[in-house]
Write a protein that binds this ligand. Structure first.
Ligand SMILES: Cc1cc2nc3c(=O)[nH]c(=O)nc-3n(C[C@H](O)[C@H](O)[C@H](O)COP(=O)(O)O)c2cc1C
Length: 251
């Protein structure tokens, strides 16, 4: 593979949050997991476990468990937004409409990590809480990203559903799915055929993020520039969450 083909894949992988309900060919999930298995992991620990859910009732149960944490579920998500600094507050969180989101996706893949694998890390890592955690979660993140890239090559839409990892959801899902002790959820992928196209991505320009050899503080963004980007990207993400809900945004 040449660099341009690789970059095309990287650019094509985009988060899509609306899915057609059509089922996927069986081997698609296998292909996605096969790619993830090859991800680099700290000390080759391969801490991952994959839970694939296609059963409609079970998917609904997982969705409803997570939806309880939504603004509409009164879990604190929206309430805590009231404490956000005023300069980046948004009027509302209109994109979070549970009726319109990923419950339509024909497959959920939950990525779990086996904390017992941490025993095999070098002792300086194992006894450093920060390093132990970062090596473990980075390994799982690698596998998860490979899953999203593989899904892209198959023409599929995929979404991160990070709320699976909030303490309440984590424990409720553990009960629902019979997950043993020591196996902790990392994230969930909703997977299916896309119901709409992605729109161009808001990108930070490269010039202020690359620092070569001898550079100074002035080489980095100012506080004002960081705040400006935060405002713009929050608006961009909100619009993406609504994409496919607003009829004019479909297509
Ligand atoms: C660690 C991580 C967690 C994320 N969690 C969520 C999530 O819970 N729900 C969601 O809809 N998107 C989630 N996303 C997707 C991001 O919002 C998305 O990647 C970002 O807006 C850039 O858009 P793109 O994926 O189309 O490039 C997450 C992405 C990452 C990397």
């Amino acid at each position: 593979m040449d660099y341009n083909s690789f970059l095309d894949l990287v650019k094509q992988r985009r988060t899509i949050r609306r899915f057609k309900p059509d089922p996927l060919p069986d081997d698609y999930v296998d292909k996605i997991i096969e790619a993830a298995r090859w991800a680099p992991s700290g000390y080759n620990s391969q801490p991952w476990e994959f839970v694939v859910i296609k059963d409609k009732k079970l998917k609904d149960d997982v969705f409803n468990t997570i939806a309880r944490q939504r603004p509409t579920g009164g879990s604190g998500f929206a309430q805590t937004e009231d404490y956000r600094e005023s300069w980046m507050r948004q009027k509302s969180l209109p994109w979070l409409d549970p009726e319109m989101e990923y419950q339509n996706a024909p497959v959920f893949i939950l990525l779990y990590g086996d904390t017992r694998t941490q025993l095999g890390l070098p002792m300086v890592v194992r006894y450093d809480p920060y390093m132990k955690q970062s090596i473990y979660t980075s390994s799982l993140a690698n596998a998860f990203l490979y899953m999203h890239l593989a899904a892209t090559t198959l023409g599929l839409a995929s979404q991160w559903v990070s709320l699976v990892a909030s303490p309440n959801n984590h424990l409720r899902l553990k009960g629902l799915l019979n997950i043993p002790a020591g196996i902790d959820v990392y994230d969930m992928m909703a997977l299916g055929y896309p119901a709409h196209k992605s729109r161009p991505k808001l990108m930070r320009p490269a010039d202020k993020m690359v620092h070569r050899d001898f550079f100074g503080e002035e080489d980095f963004r100012t506080d004002e520039e960081v705040r400006d980007f935060i405002k713009r990207t929050r608006a961009w993400v909100s619009a993406n969450h609504r994409r496919g809900v607003d009829k004019k945004m479909v297509g």
